[in-house]
Design a protein around this ligand. Structure first.
Ligand code: SAH
Ligand code: SF4
Length: 386
């Protein structure tokens, strides 16, 4: 196929994926009392919302700063804004958070939050502290459920209820900052603990691209939360047409859930492979912008005993990613009740890792954290629905 035809095809596919995402739209940002949530609006949309009150541009900047830099939830705490204007804002708007329905701490110190959303849907977020340093990662969900049915994934057993809004995605992060007291203090100390984001919770982020993109743009905004794109990793099961767009528009780190190196096996484990087979997926990785040594693509590989963990698999993996700046995260399968797999043996994992490392790639073994509370990334579930 010519390059032009290939690009046109991807554009068509993108339009189709975005149209489908719209069928699973989140509920509106309006509360029962008619007030509107300001969280999740882009700067332009915030400005448009505030024009209802005839506010000049500098006020928009102030409100943004209070919401996203200081983390205030109450207009009355916006001390650079006069009381009458605070009151007018509060009459029309709110600065909401998803409600924490439950917190569950694992014995490895990761902590799972179950959020109840305005329409009573629930979603999970995990804080995963770095075992050595005084910081950690927040694992965000992007959808309630998932349309894809990867065989080893607990989320894959749930049907997709709906996409999360940008507000609900940013809101997970903001609610964790609330919970850990991680907003800048008046003394000017900056937050430390919640220092990276991984989009590895429930759902396929590239099937909810527009809301995920809006949320990440807010989180990266320099006058707000200001997390650098280098501290954000988006994990995809391989939605090829959207990978190009995410790379061009967001430029965040990319993680690809590979899990198998032959199409016949990947078709079974990650059924999306039937649409976007391995060769196309790897080609999309090679096109991904900024893939330099400093910003390697991460390949996630769930180690399933006797299924995808042979030495031949490892050698084929190395051949597939040859020349790509990459690292391979080996994740021993984290079993859940009713799952059909077992984790690979330590010997198999070691042999596999050695072959990958001998080829010059980092191949850390990532034992899922929060196993005891089913909080491991990619296997979150809404207990409320179980
Ligand atoms: N939908 C996206 C992001 C969420 S899944 C994706 O598939 O990439 C995040 C990661 O956890 C994926 O690599 C997924 O394959 C992995 N995962 C899912 N279930 C798992 C399990 N039971 N044990 C280990 N890893 C799992
Ligand atoms: Fe969905 Fe990712 Fe789970 Fe596959 S691994 S079912 S894409 S959440």
């Amino acid at each position: 196929m010519s390059v032009g035809a290939d690009l046109a095809l991807r554009e068509d596919e993108r339009a189709r994926i975005l149209a489908k995402a719209a069928l699973f739209s989140p509920p509106s940002a309006e509360l029962a009392d008619g007030r509107r949530d300001l969280i999740g609006l882009s700067r332009e949309d915030l400005a448009a919302a505030l024009t209802e009150l005839d506010l000049p541009a500098f006020r928009v900047k102030q409100v943004w700063h209070w919401i996203y830099h200081q983390g205030v939830r109450d207009f009355s705490r916006m001390s650079s804004i006069a009381r009458p204007l605070q009151e007018r804002l509060a009459e029309r708007f709110v600065i909401a958070r998803p409600e924490v329905a439950r917190r569950h701490k694992s014995n490895d110190d990761s902590e799972k939050f179950l959020f109840r959303l305005r329409d009573a849907a629930s979603v999970e977020t995990v804080y995963i502290p770095d075992p050595v340093e005084d910081r950690g990662a927040v694992c965000l969900s992007s959808q309630v459920g998932c349309t894809l049915s990867c065989r080893f994934c607990h989320t894959g057993t749930q049907r997709l209820e709906r996409n999360l809004s940008a507000a609900e995605i940013v809101g997970q992060f903001m609610a964790l900052r609330d919970a850990y007291g991680e907003w800048p203090s008046p003394k000017g100390e900056t937050p430390r603990l919640l220092s990276t984001i991984v989009l590895m919770g429930m759902g396929e982020p590239l099937y909810n691209y527009e809301n995920v993109a809006r949320a990440m743009t807010i989180i990266m905004d320099n006058e707000g939360i200001a997390l650098s794109r280098r501290r954000i990793t988006l994990s995809t099961s391989g939605v090829v047409p959207m990978m190009d767009r995410a790379g061009a528009e967001l430029g965040v780190n990319l993680a690809v859930s590979l899990h198998a190196v032959r199409d016949d096996l990947r078709d079974e484990l990650v059924p999306l492979n039937r649409k976007y087979p391995i060769a196309e997926l790897i080609a999309a990785c090679r096109r991904y912008p900024g893939a330099s040594n400093a910003r390697r693509i991460t390949f996630e590989y769930v180690m399933l005993r006797g299924v995808n963990d042979s030495e031949a698999d490892a050698r084929e993996l190395v051949r597939l990613i040859a020349g790509l700046p990459a690292k391979v995260n080996l994740i021993p399968f984290n079993p859940w009740p009713g799952s059909a797999f077992a984790p690979s043996t330590p010997v198999a994992i070691r042999r596999f890792a050695e072959i990958v490392m001998d080829a010059g790639y980092a191949a850390p073994v990532r034992t899922p954290r929060g196993r005891d509370i089913l909080a491991a990334c990619g296997q979150l579930r809404t207990e409320a629905a179980d």
